[in-house]
Write a new protein. Structure first.
Length: 331
């Protein structure tokens, strides 16, 4: 076979291969999902991520007619769960509830990361923003931020606060409080919000910044005392609790955000199919009502590419805050 013939044959073969591959990829996407999907929650059951995952799972089950298994894998601030995902197959059958901690804060606060959320994970849909409340044990003589600051100074280095992990908004909020008033606290990390809340109620730790959904019933029952919310405006379900920026922490305005993320190697058509299904399910009035009633802030998810840009901008924004709080590379 001469060189021209070989060249022509190679070109023909390439066309055949490409032609055969494209329909195959499309047929895989059109057939997706044809078996159960796993939605991983990187925290213990009962927190905001867990509540959210079960809502998303219900909507995807109804949409696709396939089971969605919600699996809790707590540990290492979400790193354990994320590693399981990024080291697994990029087939779209495993997703993860990825908060701002996993997608943005970890990048700056961790000394080293065994994965890169900017390269290894693709956020496909934003679901909610979660405001926080600064809560204390009701037995403490603390009814305001000023009271908490006073007690912390009287018991220098003795007051402890809880978080669902070291590289979280819960932790960052407490560190902002610490640096704002030059205080000393003991940080006690847990494997989820609920275990930490239990220890606030039990008097084992003094306070925490808690996401409102799992804390709401406890605040209403008087088992926790809320000193303020972290958002710039009042949260409707806790309208009696003022924003912290108005009662002692000027300029403080923060909330976490939650996405559903997937292995970055998943084909784009499968990503878009999942993203559209999640957006559709989360936009249902009944879902919006449930989330708002529990203290979350439902959001309309932007398209996948726009969401990626938002996550990248948040990584830069909170990276600066983490550095100012002296927490960069601290974990």
């Amino acid at each position: 076979m001469n060189s021209c013939a070989r060249s022509g044959y190679a070109g023909f073969l390439a066309v055949v291969l490409v032609g055969s591959w494209v329909p195959q990829a499309s047929s895989q996407a059109s057939d997706f999902p044809n078996r159960p999907i796993t939605l991983v929650v990187p925290l213990a059951p009962g927190g905001s991520n867990d509540i959210l995952a079960r809502l998303v799972g219900q909507k995807l089950e109804r949409k696709f007619g396939k089971p969605v298994i919600v699996e809790n894998r707590p540990g290492a601030g979400g790193i354990t769960a994320a590693l399981g995902l990024v080291r697994g197959p990029a087939d779209g059958y495993t997703m993860i509830t990825a908060s701002s901690t996993m997608m943005s804060l970890n990048v700056t606060i961790r000394k080293q990361m065994p994965y890169d959320p900017r390269k290894d994970l693709t956020p496909i849909a934003m679901t909610v923003r979660t405001p926080f409340a600064l809560v204390v044990n009701p037995a403490l003589p603390v009814h305001s931020v000023a009271d908490l600051v006073k007690l912390a100074r009287e018991k220098k280095g003795q007051l402890s606060f809880g978080t669902p992990g070291p590289a979280t908004f819960h932790r960052l909020s407490a560190e902002i409080l610490r640096t704002m008033f030059d205080l000393e606290f003991i940080h006690v990390p847990y494997k989820g919000t609920v275990p930490a809340l239990n220890d606030v109620m039990g008097g084992h730790i003094a306070f925490m910044f808690a996401d409102i959904p799992p804390a709401l019933a406890l605040i209403r029952a008087g088992k926790l005392r809320a000193l303020g919310v972290t958002t710039g405006e009042r949260v409707p379900v806790l309208s009696e609790v003022p924003p912290l920026k108005d009662v002692g922490m000027p300029g403080f305005d923060a909330s976490s955000w939650h996405t559903i993320a997937i292995h970055s190697g998943v084909p784009r058509d499968i990503i878009e199919k999942l993203a559209a299904a999640i957006r559709e399910g989360m936009a249902e009035p009944a879902v919006v009502e449930v989330l708002a009633r529990d203290g979350a802030i439902p959001v309309v998810s932007p398209p996948v590419d726009e969401l990626r840009r938002f996550v990248d901008s948040e990584t830069v924004r909170w990276g600066k805050v983490i550095e100012q709080a002296g927490l960069a590379g601290s974990e």
